[in-house]
Design a protein around this ligand. Structure first.
Ligand code: BTN
Length: 258
């Protein structure tokens, strides 16, 4: 894919900030005052960058690409969670094209290089009585070489720490937006992952690996066999395939981060 701008809707309007609390929070504020589908908020640094499961997201000034996009899909709320896997697919493709490295996906949506996390995705949804009001898709990609906080130093990396070239954050943003527009439209055609299922599973680092499923009903181990068309991870346990939903449980590798 050639990353030719302008795209149809992704990033048609880009709001840029030097410092902000969180691009997800700013995108949400804009969405509340009717900002359009596809509008992007990007910042050099975030003072309260947010990660999944209430964690903090390290967002040092200039060290990465921190951005969020407003989505207003006309779909039922149950079709929304898979969009985070669609985004992972888009970022993976963009990173592969821009860096020449082979990124992998740790289900459902962490992007991994050399066994370490390089990108995280946080999707937040606001649903009203008439369905989805908006979705905020937040993406954080570590780009520049940096010292990570002690608690993530062993499991985090950055694009320039893994490939021997400078990566323009502006071009990376353009690449991710182009790939996302493409995969989002594929998803909207079928309302499932079927058109990108094979591709996603090719990048899935958990594939055929032993995983530990942290189910609130009780943790267990099994072999990951790829995702199904709704984005659930299929885990084989005692000859039975169990479909794991990312909203309910998380999955850990048995050895190391992946
Ligand atoms: C994760 O925990 O893996 C998700 C991290 C998501 C971080 C991004 S950075 C841009 C956007 N703004 C935020 O506050 N969080 C997301």
């Amino acid at each position: 894919m050639d990353y030719i701008q302008p795209l149809k809707w992704a990033g048609k309007k880009i709001c840029r900030y030097h410092e902000i609390d969180s691009t997800n929070m700013e995108a949400r504020r804009l969405a509340e005052v009717d900002e359009a589908h596809g509008t992007v908020v990007v910042a050099e640094s975030q003072t309260s960058g947010r990660g999944r499961r209430g964690r903090r997201w390290n967002s040092t000034e200039g060290a990465g690409l921190w951005f969020s996009m407003i989505l207003r899909p006309d779909i039922l709320p149950e079709y929304a969670p898979a969009l985070t896997l669609v985004a992972a697919m888009a970022v993976t493709k963009a990173v592969e094209r821009m860096t020449g490295t082979k990124p992998g996906i740790k289900w459902p949506n962490d992007l991994v290089l050399s066994g370490k996390k390089v990108c995280g995705i946080l999707t937040e949804m606001n649903v009203g009585q008439d369905g989805i009001k908006y979705i905020i898709l937040g993406i954080g990609i570590n780009v520049k070489a940096q010292e990570f906080p002690m608690e993530i130093a062993d499991i985090a990396t950055a694009l320039e720490m893994e490939c021997n070239k400078k990566i323009s954050r502006e071009q990376l943003l353009a690449a991710v937006l182009a790939e996302f527009e493409y995969f989002y439209e594929q998803y909207m055609q079928t309302l499932d992952m079927s058109l990108m299922l094979e591709e996603y599973n090719k990048y899935l680092l958990n594939l055929d690996k032993q995983v530990r499923v942290l189910d609130p009903q009780g943790a267990y181990e099994g072999i990951a066999r790829g995702i199904n068309s709704t984005g659930e991870l299929l885990v084989e346990r005692e000859g039975e395939l169990i479909a794991i939903n990312s909203g309910e449980v998380s999955v850990r590798g048995i050895y190391g981060y992946v």
